[in-house]
Design a protein around this ligand. Structure first.
Ligand SMILES: Nc1ncnc2c1ncn2[C@@H]1O[C@H](COP(=O)(O)OP(=O)(O)OP(=O)(O)O)[C@@H](O)[C@H]1O
Length: 371
């Protein structure tokens, strides 16, 4: 299993997205440039917006954390260098310098990220910055313009064959159920189409999988007869069902695109807890351990960050779970406040929090002075 240690400077999943960036090829050194650029770029806010630059903060401290380590930039560099020497064998997906444009619109300008085994990672950022796009690229649904994507055996553009090297599930923002198919047919779709399993076997497995996400007796309903929250749970069930007649073909990585968008707080909580429960560190509604090794959640909801990515348990902060936050320089101020609030709850990172807080306040002061 994974090395849980994550330092401020190390980026288990780091996005730095900017057309103008001049990072070097090493992931860690990219982040070193990215992080200090946070307040500096704010000085050139117009530029930052034009370049759609997304800065990232990775706030889980390393295992051997002592507050003294977060005294200054030189410390951050040292930590980063240490991490660079670490074993990379637990990296499930690595994207390096992913570029994507739609016509004249440059959406991703050199995004780099790593997903390690066991990580639960959140991605936040304003609308239109390419969060869904990067998920689709990772899932192989979109071809990037220029890229190096590594997923176990996978290099370059993703093909079906290569995907078999790493099993990825994607839960779409809209649930994306087939309206004319029943819940059973939706959840078992892949198995009906692609497996040698008998129909009764699939039906049984569908019922079991639905029960794992807390849904019972809805197998024969149409999607139009479900609430928004139920649809999301059906979509989740569809993404975690797998052919039990084969060895290990359940997805290893699940990508959630705004899984709680449009849900009320209670329905959101249910989905957030489900996301946790299907992770290998969780337990599903039937009490079985989850099978998903790692997941990424794109979200705009504070509660989802808190519940599905960041549980403020000290263990989390000590590295049982890696947490990354992405934030835009012009991000939703509430989201940013949430980030700092959560960070500052942690007794382990007071100095880092204080530094971030100061930087934010400085940036805010500067922005408020811009006419
Ligand atoms: N297939 C496509 N063709 C053309 N433009 C696209 C396509 N997919 C996405 N875009 C554009 O790319 C940009 C980024 O889209 P994306 O959905 O990745 O953003 P996002 O960060 O996930 O936004 P949101 O938070 O609103 O979901 C948007 O401006 C969108 O219009």
């Amino acid at each position: 299993m994974v090395s849980p240690a994550v330092s401020i400077s190390y980026t288990p999943l780091s996005i730095c997205n900017g057309n103008n960036n001049s990072w070097s090829s090493s992931t860690s050194s990219k982040f070193l440039r990215c992080f200090p650029s946070f307040p500096v770029s704010s000085v050139d806010d117009e530029n930052a917006i034009r370049n759609r630059r997304v800065a990232c903060a990775c706030v889980a401290p390393p295992q051997d954390f002592t507050p003294a380590k977060f005294n200054g930039a030189h410390k951050i560099e040292n930590l980063s260098v240490n991490k660079e020497l670490e074993d990379e064998s637990d990296v499930l997906i690595e994207c390096r310098d992913v570029y994507k444009s739609f016509g004249e619109k440059h959406i991703l300008g050199g995004v780099s990220l790593k997903i390690r085994h066991g990580e639960a990672v959140g991605i936040i950022g304003p609308s239109g910055t390419g969060k869904s796009t990067i998920l689709k690229i990772m899932a192989g649904l979109l071809a990037p313009d220029k890229v190096l994507i590594r997923g176990k055996t996978r290099h370059g553009l993703i093909s079906d064959e290569e995907i078999s090297g790493l099993r990825i599930g994607l839960v779409f923002q809209s649930a994306a159920l087939f309206d004319s198919l029943t819940v059973r047919e939706n959840v078992g779709f892949l198995l009906y189409e692609n497996s040698t399993m008998h129909e009764d076997q699939i039906a049984e497995l569908v019922t079991e999988t639905l029960a794992a996400v807390g849904l019972k007796g809805v197998e024969e309903r149409l999607p139009s007869e479900l609430s928004g929250g139920m649809k999301k749970r059906v979509a989740l069930a569809r993404s975690i069902i797998y052919d039990t007649t084969k060895d290990a073909i359940e997805p290893e990585v699940l990508l959630y695109d705004e899984p709680t968008a449009g849900l009320d707080p209670i329905a959101s909580t249910v989905v957030e807890d489900l996301i946790r429960s299907v992770h290998m560190k969780g337990e599903d509604a039937l009490g079985k351990p989850g099978k998903i090794a790692s997941y990424i959640v794109v979200t705009h909801q504070h509660s989802t960050i808190r519940r599905a990515v960041d549980s403020l348990h000290p263990g989390v902060w000590m590295g049982q779970l890696d947490i990354s936050w992405y934030k835009s320089l012009h991000a939703d101020p509430l989201m940013r406040e949430e980030l700092f609030k959560q960070v500052s709850y942690s007794p382990f990172v007071p100095q880092f929090c204080f530094a971030l807080f100061l930087l934010t306040e400085l940036e805010r002061l500067f922005l408020s002075s811009v006419p």
